[in-house]
Design a protein around this ligand. Structure first.
Ligand SMILES: Cc1cc2nc3c(=O)[nH]c(=O)nc-3n(C[C@H](O)[C@H](O)[C@H](O)COP(=O)(O)OP(=O)(O)OC[C@H]3O[C@@H](n4cnc5c(N)ncnc54)[C@H](O)[C@@H]3O)c2cc1C
Length: 497
């Protein structure tokens, strides 16, 4: 529990009743939650080790209400934390004791489906999967598919630039979002992008996707949809160890094949998943690859042949090719259930998310094993091998004093290792609070200040989702002209965490 949040502002806490009254005036009825017991369910997101009941929850239903809430809060200097479905694994939606938690769950409408332009316009609380469900009857789907897609909202996906198994071929959220409507902290409603590719001017849409609720509140999203591929087939390949599996992944990509998905599991993850879903994963291998190809049947047949050839050349010991749709789905069932499966073998686990250059995979796995010995904690690896995005699950027991701290330190070392080998701190789960204090491992102070200048352009009073992403809080006014003399920071009274 090493991550500190900004201290609550006593002045804001003292005027809570007035804030509640103002919010109730904007969102009448049951849209404001203030009772301590009713606030409990909102106290954390997917990073459940960190909990903080919010000062109050507001659940607006219209863009006008969102705009009025933000304008009022800006006028009164009240902090706001936007929230979608609360599945963030990096603590992005963690409430603050002195902030309004702005839940976007009532924005549930699919506003427009345009098959000719192949776009769908939705409100931000619509779940990722619901977009596909809205168009699948006409043979279309929305490609980015986070494992949480049944629950996570498209607004949260935009804020985190979420990914999934099929993002190797079809791109992350940023590659599939064409436009957003965004409400700024001063209440202004802006539109970025539209129904077409490449909006004119600076790529502000690119800035907003992945901005983790720090720049504005997304109130509408336009995504593109794709026709469902004619065929999809998967190959399950077992290797004696992760090194050979990693070499196979590298060669598949190097030969110019971009599978629809390419996922790897190590021995502990294979055993946990097989015990959970019984789909026939080989238990005598050190690493398992699931490689999926999609497109016209003849192309899939050819690509499968090529993948099997490459796998054999890299020492594959078992190979199964899906014979029908049921078998393809079964191959994925274990992978998709890997997180809950690992939850059955350990009281708690901590899911990390870092990205490395693919070719460094064997070395990183080896060093992760050494760290596992050093910290005395097990680790199960499930990852998007095709794009080098690792998801080590660190196994610990929160009831054993000190184990959570050890798990966090182990996780931090894994992320440092990702950066050291030329990778990045996050692949898809965002920085949130989880990786906030590691940002200086990757960015210089000047880099971080430049990023914060962008934040200041959107939210000059730093009221939106504070305490997330930036390891040091600078006042916007001091950015660019802060001189530190003999280590003495100006404005020492300002919270810097
Ligand atoms: C079991 C499980 C599996 C997961 N698998 C994946 C995966 O495969 N790939 C992946 O990328 N992620 C995965 N995640 C992480 C998570 O689901 C994603 O980050 C998701 O995009 C979060 O969406 P949400 O609606 O739950 O957002 P929340 O958790 O509510 O919020 C996340 C962030 O978005 C901001 N936000 C939310 N809504 C808005 C809005 N309307 N406007 C502005 N900011 C907003 C919040 O302030 C916060 O910073 C997984 C999580 C779980 C629990």
């Amino acid at each position: 529990m090493s991550i500190a949040m900004p201290a609550p502002d006593a002045e804001t806490l003292a005027k809570r009743d007035r804030i509640v009254a103002a919010m109730q005036a904007i969102v009448p009825g049951e849209g404001v939650i203030t009772d301590a017991d009713e606030l409990r369910p909102w106290e954390s997101d997917g990073l459940t080790a960190y909990r903080q009941p919010p000062m109050l929850v507001v659940l607006p239903e219209t863009v006008e209400q969102v705009s009025a809430i933000l304008r009022w809060c800006q006028g009164e200097g009240v902090r706001v934390v936007p929230r979608g479905s609360g599945t963030s694994l990096s603590g992005g939606a963690l409430p603050l004791a002195d902030a309004v938690l702005l839940g976007m769950g009532k924005f549930k409408k699919v506003l427009d489906i345009d098959y000719e332009d192949r776009v769908v316009v939705v409100q931000p609380g619509v779940t990722n999967l619901a977009i596909t469900q809205a168009v699948e009857g006409r043979g279309f789907y929305y490609a980015p598919d986070p494992s949480s897609q049944i629950a996570c909202s498209i607004g949260g996906n935009v804020a985190e630039n979420s990914g999934g198994v099929h993002c190797l071929k079809y791109g992350l959220t940023t590659n599939n979002v064409l436009g957003v409507e965004l409400v700024l902290m001063d209440g202004e409603v802006v539109r970025l992008g539209g129904r077409h590719l490449d909006p004119a001017g600076l790529d502000l849409l690119g800035v907003v996707v992945g901005s983790e609720g720090l720049l504005g509140v997304v109130t509408e999203v336009t995504v593109r949809i794709l026709p469902k591929p004619e065929t999809a087939r998967a190959v399950l390949v077992g290797f004696p160890d992760a090194e050979q599996a990693g070499a196979c992944v590298a060669q598949i990509i190097a030969e110019g094949i971009i599978p629809a998905g390419m996922e790897m599991m190590d021995r502990p993850a294979i055993h946990a998943a097989e015990a959970f879903v019984n789909v026939g994963y080989p238990l005598d291998v050190g690493a398992l690859l699931i490689v999926e190809v999609d497109g016209p049947a003849a192309e899939c047949d050819h690509l499968i042949e090529e993948i099997v050839r490459i796998a054999d050349a890299n020492g594959a010991v078992t190979t199964r090719i899906s014979r029908d749709e049921a078998e393809r789905v079964a191959f994925w069932a274990g992978r998709k259930a890997a997180f809950p499966a690992v939850g059955r073998i350990s009281p708690d686990y901590y899911c990390m998310d870092g990205t490395i250059p693919r070719r460094r995979l064997p070395e990183v796995l080896r060093r992760m094993e050494e760290l596992s010995q050093q910290y005395g904690l097990g680790v199960a690896n499930v990852f998007h091998a095709g794009d080098g995005n690792l998801h080590p699950l660190i196994l610990y027991d929160a009831n054993v004093p000190g184990e959570l701290d050890r798990a966090e330190e182990f996780g931090n070392d894994i992320l440092r290792l990702c950066v050291e080998v030329g990778g990045v701190l996050t692949g898809e789960h965002g920085v949130g609070i989880e990786k906030r204090d590691l940002m200086p491992e990757m960015f210089s102070e000047e880099d971080l200040k430049q990023q914060q200048r962008v934040k200041c352009a959107f939210d000059p009073k730093l009221l939106l989702n504070p305490g997330k992403v930036f390891p040091t809080l600078h006042r916007c006014a001091e950015l660019g002209r802060m001189h530190v003399h003999h280590g003495a920071l100006p404005h020492p009274e300002l919270p810097r965490f």
